[in-house]
Design a protein around this ligand. Sequence first.
Ligand code: GYE
Length: 330
Amino acid sequence: MFKKTALTALTAALALGLTACGGSDEGSSAASGGGGGGGDDTITLGFAQVGAESGWRTANTASIQEAAKTAGIDLQFSDAQQKQENQISAIRSFIQQRVDVIAFSPVVETGWDAVLLEAKRANIPVILTDRSVDSEDDSLYVTFLGSDFVEEGKKAGEWAVENWGSQPTFIAELQGTTGAAPAIDRQEGFADAIAGTPNLQVVASQTGDFTRSGGREVMEAMLNSHPEINAVYAHNDDMGLGAIEAIEAAGKVPGKDIQIITVDAVKDGMQALADGKINFIVECNPLLGDQLMDLAKKVVAGEEVPSRVVTEETTFTQEQAVQVLPERKY
Ligand code: GYE
């Protein structure tokens, strides 16, 4: 595997201000770490992915792998199987390999400071992709590329207010992975949006870990303990699809007896929306690969990048799903 020259490493690090807590030791370790490439200037990107928990994640991984190939970036890819300790070991191993830049989608928000400080001390810039961290020290990463999850929750809540708000609605909320940014933020945005509408009540709220099986199991239990449930807000399509299975198994009609809002807009979700089993989907775009490679190149070259890059996204009704489904790529 290529490593950039010592000089490039040092220049990039200095330009990014990453030597702030470094001093001469870090400077010289960056220098001794480089030089393996012998003139080859291919960038090596270490990427620590969350896992393969959902259709969204599969599309996100494919986008990153394809974009790396197109950009001529050497991608070192690791799948953490939704475990923070696996992501931390992957990042440590990227540091040991002295990759040029590290990117990762933190499975949960907290607990990253120690390993990010190790990357900073090794002068390896870090790009947060898709999910952010909850840390007081924003010098631990260069930029964060991803969606505004609070906004997504808000869009879901606004649709609920408009479409469900005039009658008593007993909502089951299927939360994403406990402690993950999209679970925390999508819950918050939704709660804020429905707060002034007393007809809308979240009667049960539990994690389904962003998986289809998780959504099905949680929904089964909720239908037993709360037979009044007539609406679902799922933090992603996969859990919504699992909920549909549970609702049908309970002899009810998804989309009619129990209306459903989800987030993501992956193909299976959009198909269920077009089929009338889901009622509304808030889009979350997984195709972050090209933007990530662009940021990685700039960061390694020592160019300035914005500290936050927000993904643009929309929402879909059933009619819109029917229209866009044939061209949907993921
Ligand atoms: O919505 C969900 C996935 O972090 C935005 O993670 C991502 C979320 C996505 O498992 O399906």
